[in-house]
Design a protein around this ligand. Structure first.
Ligand SMILES: Nc1ncnc2c1ncn2[C@@H]1O[C@H](COP(=O)(O)OP(=O)(O)O)[C@@H](O)[C@H]1O
Ligand SMILES: [Mg+2]
Length: 255
């Protein structure tokens, strides 16, 4: 049985600018990511990580090459069609959480399904779904809290619940631990690892090797080209143990 590809990109190029000031932000990247993988994308500043994530997120289109998402070629879709795919298939986690400050945790989690059209989620079901997603991230008891009443790590967990609510085929996370202290970072990695163990497909950008080691596969890019692509030899249980230790140790060193 061959694994199902969620992401397949073939000779992807993204060229910015015109004439002799062209920049190849992506310069022929080919990559396959299967269902259930937990992948870290690394690379120095300017290497093309954000450009790649924007294309994977259906926020931008490649100049050349193809992007097949969950079996569907999305390389040449219109902006409206891409927005539709984004809503149906993708969940997003950002470095700065991007929660709306006047909405409580449950209302923030509900946002993606409020705009969902196919099929629409009945008003009466939205809150139940949001509470279920908050439960997955361990925050069911914080449903009525505004973001400012939550720690950074808790806010990021709310954002992860929001990413889960429409049952996406792919979760894309851009530096999800970038704003967090080390203990909260490891806790977020433990949460993502748990989602991965339950079958979620997750692709995250990070510039921290210490964080990337808790994923299943590390891809590095440089100058718009794929540089290395390594499977993490460690098994799920080993990583879980290691994360538990990291959380304990970082708790001990912080005041
Ligand atoms: N909108 C844009 N217009 C022109 N050049 C861009 C644009 N976005 C990114 N670039 C260039 O493309 C390259 C890759 O950028 P980016 O994908 O943001 O890298 P990273 O996220 O790894 O720091 C850089 O040289 C950057 O200056
Ligand atoms: Mg970037």
């Amino acid at each position: 049985m061959s694994a199902t590809a969620i992401i397949e990109i073939i000779d992807l190029k993204k060229i910015y600018g015109t004439g002799d000031v062209q920049v190849a932000a992506l310069d022929g990247v080919s990559l396959k990511i299967n269902q259930g993988e937990f992948v870290a994308i690394m690379g120095p500043s300017g290497s093309g990580k954000s450009t790649l994530m924007n294309i994977l997120a259906c926020l931008d289109r490649p100049t050349e090459g193809s992007y097949i998402l969950d079996g569907e070629d999305v390389s040449n879709l219109s902006r409206v069609q891409l927005a539709h795919i984004r809503n149906r298939k993708l969940g997003f986690v950002f470095q700065s959480y991007n929660l709306l400050p006047r909405l409580d945790a449950a209302e923030n989690v509900m946002l993606p399904i409020i705009y969902q059209r196919d099929p629409p989620v009945p008003v009466g079901e939205r809150r139940d779904k949001a509470l279920a997603a908050l439960d997955v991230v361990g925050l069911a008891n914080r449903a009525h809290h505004l973001p400012k009443a939550l720690s950074g790590g808790q806010q990021q967990r709310v954002a992860i619940a929001r990413a889960l609510i429409n049952d996406p085929v792919l979760i894309l996370a851009d530096e999800p631990t970038g704003n967090l202290d080390s203990r909260s970072s490891y806790e977020i990695m433990a949460l993502l690892h748990g989602l991965h163990e339950r079958g979620r497909t997750i692709v995250m950008v990070t510039h921290e090797p210490d964080i990337a080691q808790y994923t299943g596969r590390i891809i590095s890019i440089r100058d718009g080209k794929l540089e290395t692509d390594k499977q993490n030899g460690k098994l799920g249980e080993e990583l879980r143990q290691k994360l538990r230790l990291a959380i304990q140790e970082s708790a001990g060193t912080e005041s």
